[in-house]
Ligand binder design. Structure first.
Ligand code: SAH
Length: 264
């Protein structure tokens, strides 16, 4: 069954080196560590029954690549090994699910590049055991599923109704030790009823990180978010006291825009 309703993204094949204008990826990714991804048969209904075994192997290759790209957090690597990323993309793109690339998920949005997910979650949870994390921009639900592998309570919010529905359906197919509470709404205002958060991950880039999110961080917790418009950087913010926050600029990235309000 096809999950993508966007007319331009229905096709199974994308041009080599496909890269949407906004794509939740790292800019200027050095590629010294590219490993060959085992080729899979096109995902016909018959082939998709083999997807389980194939995809486990492909995830192993993806995790090895993430290690070589400098990801060391075993919780994150274990989660990336466990969650079937192909479940979160259109069936026509399933064979590309384990490449280190963002892929379209409809509504002009993308599933984040695996390295971006692994890096953001590693930075957010470094030296910590976050018990309650908020994700702004759930998209198809992949990052929320990764989080729920090692975070007991995950709150994820999405502003596009069609993606919220898609995420709900995808997440229902993946079992995770943690509990995921998915909401439809504007994540720029955070989720006041569930504060404070031991970590916040924002998957879309605003000109400025919304103040409401900084206020919803527990003292000692970290938020990671892309910031900027044409030029974007990942920003890591740590709440160091009730009234102080420390900010660091990390990698150059390219994310879809953080938008106010909701889209039905
Ligand atoms: N987390 C996803 C990435 C999805 S792309 C993954 O696992 O791959 C980023 C998402 O942020 C898009 O679906 C977009 O609709 C959403 N978004 C943008 N602004 C938002 C806002 N204010 N509140 C909630 N979601 C938002």
């Amino acid at each position: 069954m096809s999950k993508i309703k966007h007319p331009f993204i229905r096709s199974a094949t994308l041009p080599a080196g496909y890269s949407p204008a906004n794509s939740n990826t790292r800019m200027n990714v050095p590629r010294p560590f590219e490993l060959p991804v085992p080729q899979m048969a096109a995902p016909t209904p018959e082939a998709s029954s083999n997807m389980g075994l194939n995809s486990e192997r492909q995830r192993g290759v993806m995790v090895a690549r993430l290690r070589e790209q400098g990801i060391v957090d075993d919780r994150v690597l274990g989660a990336m090994q466990a969650v079937p990323r192909h479940v979160f993309v259109d069936q026509g793109l399933a064979s590309r699910a384990y490449e280190d690339a963002a892929l379209p998920i409809g509504f002009g949005q993308t599933i984040s590049q695996p390295w971006v997910v692994a890096y953001m979650l590693s930075m957010m949870s470094q030296g910590r055991r976050p018990a309650r994390v908020l994700e702004v921009g759930a998209g198809c639900g992949y990052q929320a599923a990764i989080l729920a592998q090692f975070v007991p309570e995950v709150y994820a919010i999405e502003r596009v109704r069609g993606l919220y529905d898609q995420a709900r359906e995808n997440l229902a197919r993946c079992h995770a030790p943690g509990r995921i509470r998915l909401s439809f709404g504007d994540g720029m205002v955070g989720l006041a009823h569930a504060v404070p958060f031991d970590g916040i991950v924002v998957a879309a880039a605003g000109v400025k990180i919304p103040e409401a999110l900084l206020e919803q961080l527990a003292v000692g917790a970290r938020l990671i978010a892309p910031e900027g418009t044409t030029r974007q950087k990942l920003i890591l913010i740590e709440r160091t006291s009730v009234s102080t926050w420390q900010r660091a600029e990390l990698e150059s990235v390219r994310f879809v825009p953080l938008r106010p309000g909701t889209q039905i």
